[in-house]
Design a protein around this ligand. Structure first.
Ligand SMILES: Cc1ncc(COP(=O)(O)O)c(C=O)c1O
Length: 355
């Protein structure tokens, strides 16, 4: 029974936690390499890709950095309409790249036309965008953006952060023409934190060979050589890979489309509940996340009192992120969360609001 309606780390099913307790193996043994390959190949289905999927012992931010270090010589465009998009911009700056920010208001979806016009003029090697802004509950129209960018500047690589949506919303890497798509274990995949997954296109891989200063730990050219031998340059997060291997079977048993529909039904239910209680949504209609809903605190609720009340019932929600703290609050509906859990939460929130 989920207790944490927060957008990660989320609750992990007992049997998935249990899967981590399998005995350790030498990581360069056939036994472990078989599990490593299987987990990576199964992950391709989540990404809707035939391209390679790396499993790294890091959180998602590590792969944000890998995208910048491996595939950009010099100039990158960062689309920023939320806190995690802003982080990716910072990652680019801190790695010494010439990063331009194309900013939108946080409650506004990134515009495919504006992005296309910008890449047409700028000679950008790549652009970064967050699919599902966990800070705002806004889902950017990545498919339309990728299509517009491909038409306007076909050589610009497209990097997408789907940390809080991959496995919870359909993102078709190959069909949409994405060059790097990344996520973390602790959100929609409902695993403990510590593992990141990233899929990379062939053309991005090819480019990496000519990029200098790729670093060591996240040098994907080095990682690719090892991946071809079902291995990784450094010691992998073995327990998490056991859990991933097991959890992917559970996810496919539910069916990806069923999973996406479950999340979207919960999102709709939360939005309707908010509407009925004079609370409005932060993200505009048509661009609302399926996995986390950010609600404006129109009624001046004390989020900390609300959470104290919920915790007595073994539940908790998330306050607004960063500058949106107390001005908004967030209800996550990802991973293992079921509609009956959402009903239980909304019932408790209703009780709190009445008192
Ligand atoms: C959209 C998004 N991107 C990136 C991150 C950073 O991921 P991690 O904490 O796994 O490094 C988060 C974390 O919440 C996120 O929600």
């Amino acid at each position: 029974m989920p207790r944490m309606f927060v957008p990660g780390p989320v609750d992990v099913a007992d049997e998935v936690l249990q899967a981590q307790t399998a005995p350790m193996l030498p990581h360069r043994s056939k036994e472990f390499e078989t599990i490593f390959r299987r987990a990576s190949e199964k992950s391709q289905q989540l990404f809707y890709t035939k391209h390679r999927v790396y499993l790294t012992a890091s959180s998602g931010t590590g792969l944000q950095e890998a995208a910048i270090r491996n595939f950009v010589h010099k100039k990158v465009l960062c689309i920023v309409n939320g806190a995690f998009a802003d982080r990716w911009y910072e990652v680019a700056v801190y790695n010494g790249k010439e990063a331009d920010e194309l900013a939108f208001e946080w409650d506004t979806a990134a515009s495919p036309d504006l992005i296309a016009n910008t890449v047409k003029q700028g000679g950008y090697e790549a652009l970064t965008i967050v699919h599902n802004e966990t800070s705002t509950g806004l889902q950017n129209p990545v498919r339309e953006i990728a299509e517009a960018v491909r038409a306007a500047a076909p050589d610009t690589l497209i990097f997408v952060d789907a940390v809080s949506s991959l496995g919870g919303a359909k993102i078709e890497m190959d069909a949409w023409g994405i060059d790097m798509l990344l996520t973390s274990s602790q959100k929609c995949l409902a695993l403990p934190p510590g593992l990141a997954l990233g899929a990379v296109s062939d053309r991005a891989m090819k480019k990496a060979e000519s990029v200098e200063n790729r670093g060591w730990y996240f040098d994907l050219v080095r990682m690719e050589k090892h991946r071809n031998k079902d291995s990784s340059p450094a010691t992998p997060a073995m327990s998490l890979i056991y859990a991933l291997d097991f959890q992917l079977d559970r996810i496919f048993a539910e069916g990806l489309d069923n999973r996406f529909a479950r999340h979207s039904a919960m999102a709709k239910r939360v939005q309707e509940w908010a509407d009925a209680h004079d609370l409005s949504m932060y993200a505009p209609e048509g661009y609302r996340s399926q996995t986390v809903t950010t609600i404006k605190n129109d009624r001046g609720i004390s989020i900390s009192d609300l959470n104290t009340f919920l915790k007595q019932r073994e539940m908790r929600i998330a306050n607004g992120y960063g500058k949106l703290k107390d001005k908004t609050f967030r209800i996550a509906h990802m991973g293992e969360t079921q509609m009956e859990d959402i009903e239980r939460l909304l019932e408790a929130m209703e009780e709190f609001l009445k008192n």
